[in-house]
Every structure is written in structure tokens, then in C-alpha cells.
Ligand binder design. Sequence first.
Ligand SMILES: CC(C)(COP(=O)(O)OP(=O)(O)OC[C@H]1O[C@@H](n2cnc3c(N)ncnc32)[C@H](O)[C@@H]1OP(=O)(O)O)[C@@H](O)C(=O)NCCC(=O)NCCS
Length: 146
Amino acid sequence: MVIVCKSVQDSGWLAMRQALWPEAMRDEHIEEMMSLLEDSKRYGQFIAVDDAGEPAGFIEAALRYDYVNGTETSPVAFIEGIYVKPGHRSQGFARQLVDAVTDWARAQGCVELASDTGLDNFVSQDVHKALGFVETERVVYFRKCL
Ligand SMILES: CC(C)(COP(=O)(O)OP(=O)(O)OC[C@H]1O[C@@H](n2cnc3c(N)ncnc32)[C@H](O)[C@@H]1OP(=O)(O)O)[C@@H](O)C(=O)NCCC(=O)NCCS
């Protein structure tokens, strides 16, 4: 079952976020979660729950108005993060979460759902393909300190 995140206290959301993005501090997570909840037209976030009611994974998506590599429309819905707890993997939770975001994106009027992942994250690449995504581009980011 997939539920919509309605509060920063929603079971497991913060802990799973910290597991996916450990570099951010707890307060940063909470501040970001609050800002996501304030704009439900632009941001969609969902938690998958197992049969025992335990949180199994989460997904966050946003409408992106700037150009998104490999897409043809604007805004597009973009998967900002997806995570399933190690003990819950390969049981279809990512599929349920992507289905929920797909419904949300359609309801916002989007006709494209985009995503990205690391060049070395082969599991995520395989999962994206299994869930109907088609690879579009590979990019290399640069930075110059000023
Ligand atoms: C990527 C991730 C979310 C997948 O979650 P999951 O719940 O295990 O995925 P599902 O069980 O829903 O599987 C979805 C599809 O991908 C396939 N798949 C799942 N795990 C796979 C693996 N390790 N290798 C290849 N394919 C895989 C499944 O077979 C399924 O396709 P099917 O329905 O046609 O059989 C999970 O591995 C994860 O949280 N990884 C760490 C975080 C991460 O890398 N997130 C993505 C980048 S932000």
C-alpha cells in the first residue's frame, strides 16, 4: 500500500530520507520536508507500507520547470529520490511507488516522468528500465571554484 506523506512525523519518512541522503543533517531534512509539504501542486511524496504496516520505502517527485535532459515538454515530473529499505527490496515496492508518482504527475497535467541515477548505480538503472523508463542521456558535471 502507498500513502501520501502529510506530515514530517509520517512513519519512517525522515529515517528513510536519512538513509538515502546521509550527508544532510536532521534539521536540514526536516526543513526540506516541510517546504515540500507546503506546495502539494509542485511536490509529491509517498511512503510504501508493508502488510504489517511498517514503512518499506519512499519516493519524492517534483515538477521541474527548467529544462530536463532528454525530455520534450515542460514542466516534467521528476523523481528526486526513491528508496526501499534493504529488507524490503525486490518485493515490488519501488514499482508501487513509481505508480503512485505516475498518477500524481498525470493529475498535475504532466505527460513525461523523468529521473536520474548514478553512472555506477547499476541496480537503479536496471530497476528504471524494468519500470518502463528509457535511457536518454549521460552527462558529466563540472565545477570551478570562484
Ligand atoms: C532501486 C530500488 C528503489 C528498487 O526498489 P525495489 O523495491 O527493490 O524494486 P522493485 O522490487 O519494485 O522492482 C522493480 C523492478 O525492478 C527489478 N529489479 C529489482 N531489483 C533489481 C535488481 N537488483 N537488479 C535488476 N532488476 C531489479 C524487478 O525485477 C522489478 O521488475 P519486474 O516487476 O518486471 O520484475 C532499491 O534497490 C533501493 O532503494 N536502492 C537504494 C537507493 C537507490 O539507489 N535509489 C535510486 C537512486 S535515487
